[in-house]
Design a protein. Structure first.
Length: 183
């Protein structure tokens, strides 16, 4: 009998938001010489995204078996403007509970994929690529997602991730972190 002992999650959903309005907002807020900017959570332009993201986050919270006496709330949000030939170094968000990224622009190879790194780092020096016939959840070191416009990703804040180098037009995304509180 084979049982999974520990499991990670990545939630993904295509939303139906007006990305043109969000793109216009991000471009107006992030100066040409900046890569990202923290957003005020109360601005009207962000409310549709923040409301649906909060609902999806708390639906996931319950789906994953977390206590319904607690809920998650977005405590910080920022826009990312990745210019052509830019990348984001590997990092995590240690103060958050869940992290999210919403792709305002995406849909082709020029936007730079996001990579999530397996937290079971002890396996990396032992399991060599030549030993693996099929890369799957047991053996993969990296999980890669291509961005697509209107896609929301939700993942544990402590999970290390990075973004490939962009080419072409660059990319705009909005990132969010949650904290957890009693209802």
């Amino acid at each position: 009998q084979v049982m999974d002992m520990f499991t990670m999650f990545l939630a993904s959903e295509q939303l139906d938001l007006d990305v043109q309005e969000l793109e216009k907002f991000c471009l107006s807020q992030i100066p040409n010489d900046r890569v990202n900017k923290t957003f005020d959570l109360t601005v009207p332009e962000l409310q549709p995204l923040l409301q649906i993201a909060t609902k999806k986050i708390n639906d996931l919270h319950l789906h994953l078996g977390l206590n319904p006496d607690y809920e998650q709330y977005i405590y910080q949000c920022w826009g990312n403007r990745n210019y052509p030939n830019s990348a984001t170094q590997a990092h995590c968000h240690p103060e958050g509970f869940f992290s999210c990224v919403f792709y305002v622009t995406g849909n082709n190879n020029s936007y730079g994929n996001i990579h999530f790194f397996n937290p079971v780092t002890q396996m990396m020096p032992i399991v060599r690529p030549s030993m693996v016939k099929e890369w799957n959840r047991y053996w993969s070191e990296v999980y890669e997602i291509p961005p697509s416009e209107n896609m929301l990703l939700i993942f544990p804040s402590w999970l290390w991730h990075q973004v490939d180098t962009t080419s072409g037009e660059g990319r705009i995304s909005i990132a969010m972190d949650t904290k957890i509180k009693m209802r």
